[in-house]
Design a protein around this ligand. Sequence first.
Ligand code: GLP
Length: 245
Amino acid sequence: MNIIEVKDYAEMSQKAAEYIIEKVCKSPTLNMGLATGGTPIGTYENLIADFKKNSTSYRDVTTFNLDEYVGLSGDNENSYRYFMDDHFFNHIDIKKDNTNVPCGDGNDLEEECSRYEQLIAKHGGIDLQVLGIGSNGHIGFNEPGTSFNTKTHVIDLAPSTIKANARFFNRVEDVPTKAITMGIATIMKSKEILLLVSGASKKEAMSKLLTENVSESFPASVLKNHPCVTIIADKAAVSGLKIHS
Ligand code: GLP
């Protein structure tokens, strides 16, 4: 894992955007895996600013989001489809048909999981997967204990994840208790992974990632088995940790 330490959230967002822009310019038909949550918002803002200034085009880019809440339709403000449209897709030249987010409000969730997994495979897999990390080490919505062999699946959210994400909802009771998420195996098949980490609330997770063995009890640890991972982490998330051996 290549770890880049930066000053703060703003620098992490800028560096991550530069990293993505370089990839998109080199490979205009890039298949990008995308994340939601607070962490990547600044990255999307930088990508939009670059699009407006330099016209970096996403016309031929295809995106696959990591996850979606079960029970929320795409026009619900708390859905990840709405988040992505609002924070990124509506402001660049990507074709909406090329943006993929699992559908969390269909009748047959299992069918949706296999459709999504097959769709990624049909496109030749993900070239660059952007990831955040939950404070309990989850990636996508793969909570501690999730098998490393999982493909896209339905998961029960951990109480700590529901609590952490309640800040986006009016009341904690409104946070869905289930989600569809790419599996760990789906994520690990990405050719390259960019993990973004910011803030003191992620320090314990970073510490575990750097020091503990690979284990299903800490999902992000699987990234140590991936050949091409770059982590951009700010000081608050890594200060005092030994990041280079
Ligand atoms: C969320 C998402 C993840 C995200 C993580 C961290 O629940 N499902 O994809 O990376 O938790 O979120 P945040 O960036 O808001 O800390």
